[in-house]
Design a binder for this molecule. Structure first.
Ligand code: HEM
Length: 460
């Protein structure tokens, strides 16, 4: 080691190494490689087809890791922490509410919250409040969707119910701030109540209801908040992208006014936000909020490995107890999957073959035609090349919920305002922070610094 820095394997011990590494480990050791350590065997995967073999496996072999799910089962088991038949049972109950009615509610409530937030930010300035404001807005939307409780965009005493010390939003924000410590706390300290589970039941027990409510907050709130937070910063950095979104926002509003509609609606207007939706996917590709998908095999298991460059396949046997980690960041930064991967370019998602669009080349005639027609489905990438929401059996249940919230938020904010960096903030420093550093949240990737932006009235 003398004078040669850290040994190569040391990187795997650093939390969030995926983000800072951007797939370099796979350039060195291969698309699929095994780390053998005294504690564990870990198989890292950055090949799209192999990743899909893992996430789409119908056989009950690549399972959520018990060590991890046990920690998340703080209040009870949930759809995200169960495997096999128990998971199917949870899914049957939790999936139906995720329909159009919920998305419409999310759309309307996000616009209402965004309007309060815009007023506060234009009056008092954003200052250090960007993260706080967006987190609070997301909590309020989640609390209406999950608990039916509407809170205004403030966590002040006026929102605290009688006989309580905190508003719901303040309690959730606090829970999130201390999630790391709470998850590691012995269960008995949390004074969990014993609940008898009836046999042959058709509904959830109290424990399962609590488990799922906690999970929906944990899975849905910080992820969505961080995707909106990082996107505000990207917009302040990339004025050209922001200009195009503003053009789209104005155009959709104009079309609504022409048919005498004052407010934008989820059903009529959400599908028109093609560029804004593409921006969401692109910022999730570059700023990979969920950096990895973790599974484990509890019995010896064959893994069908596809070589992406030759197309050859081979079977490798994984010993029982091997952790299998799909490296989402590497999949998002592989030039084979995404040409010139470091370039933030929403237009990739507007063409029929997003994985062939090179932002550093002039678009082909076919790509120009796709963009002009505006009819290709979004997203339309090759499966396994974009894993921000996971793909396959255990894909995110809240992805359309998150998309409705994201689009409603930016469509509202950019109607009369734009995001800019504070005058004394260096764009080059912010770009470096965003691309190279992870903020170290327990669950998700978060910007590592509270970047100072301004919400300024648009010149019309
Ligand atoms: C931008 C926002 C979001 C991102 C990036 C995201 C990402 C993900 C990812 C990567 C997974 C798969 C984890 C794995 O397989 O190990 C997942 C699962 C899940 N997500 Fe999301 N999520 C987002 C928003 C939401 C929202 C808003 C909700 C709920 C309201 C939600 C609910 C869930 C649930 C319940 C699962 C577990 C599904 C299962 O295991 O069957 N997510 N999410």
């Amino acid at each position: 080691m003398k004078g040669k820095g850290w040994p190569k394997w040391a990187r795997f011990m650093i939390k969030d190494w995926y983000y800072e590494d951007k797939g370099r480990a796979h350039d060195e050791f291969g698309e699929v490689f095994l780390v053998v350590s005294p504690g564990d065997l870990v198989c890292y995967v950055a090949a799209a087809k192999t990743a899909m073999n893992i996430t789409s496996s119908q056989r009950k072999v690549f399972l959520k890791m018990r060590e991890k799910t046990k920690m998340l089962d703080l209040f009870g088991p949930s759809v995200a922490t169960t495997n096999g038949d128990a998971w199917r049972f949870h899914l049957r109950i939790t999936l139906p509410p995720f329909g159009d009615a919920l998305r419409q509610l999310v759309w309307v409530e996000t616009r209402r919250q965004a309007s309060m937030l815009a007023k506060a930010w234009t009056k008092n300035g954003v200052g250090q409040q960007l993260k706080h404001g967006i987190y609070l807005l997301t909590v309020n939307v989640a609390s209406l969707a999950n608990f039916g409780r509407r809170g205004d965009w403030t966590d002040g005493p006026e929102n605290t119910p009688p006989n309580h010390k905190l508003s719901l939003a303040a309690a959730i924000t606090l829970l999130n701030d201390y999630l790391g410590q709470i998850l590691l706390m012995p269960k008995w300290l949390l004074a969990a109540q014993g609940v008898t589970e009836p046999d042959g039941r058709t509904g959830f027990t109290n424990k399962e209801i609590k488990g799922n409510l906690f999970l929906f907050l944990a899975a849905g709130y910080e992820t969505t908040a961080n995707s909106m937070l990082s996107s505000c910063i990207f917009l302040a950095l990339h004025g050209d992208i922001q200009d195009r979104i503003i053009e789209e926002v104005d155009c959709v509003h104009h079309q609504a006014i022409e048919v005498s509609r004052v407010e934008l609606s989820y059903t009529d207007d959400m599908p028109k936000f093609r560029y804004l939706t593409s921006f969401m996917y692109e910022s999730l590709r570059v700023f990979t909020i969920v950096q990895s998908i973790t599974r484990k095999v509890y019995e010896p298991q064959n893994l069908l490995v596809h070589d992406s460059s030759t197309g050859e396949t081979r079977n490798v046997q994984l010993p029982a107890g091997t952790a299998v980690i799909i490296n989402n960041v590497a999949l998002h930064f592989l030039p084979l999957n995404w040409p010139s991967p470091h370039v933030l370019e929403p237009r990739r998602w507007l063409v029929s073959e997003p994985n062939t669009f090179d932002p550093l080349e002039k678009p082909t005639a076919a790509q120009e035609a796709d963009m002009a027609a505006g009819t290709t489905p979004i997203p339309n990438h090759e499966r396994g090349t974009f894993m921000a929401f996971n793909e396959g059996l255990r894909a995110c249940l809240g992805r359309i919920f998150a998309k409705a919230e994201f689009v409603a938020f930016f469509a509202h904010m950019l109607r009369d305002h734009r995001f800019e960096l504070d005058e004394d903030v260096s764009p080059a420093d912010v770009e470096r922070i965003m691309r190279l550093r992870s903020g170290g949240s327990v669950v998700t990737l978060t910007p590592s610094e509270n970047v100072r932006v301004r919400l300024v009235p648009r010149k019309k």
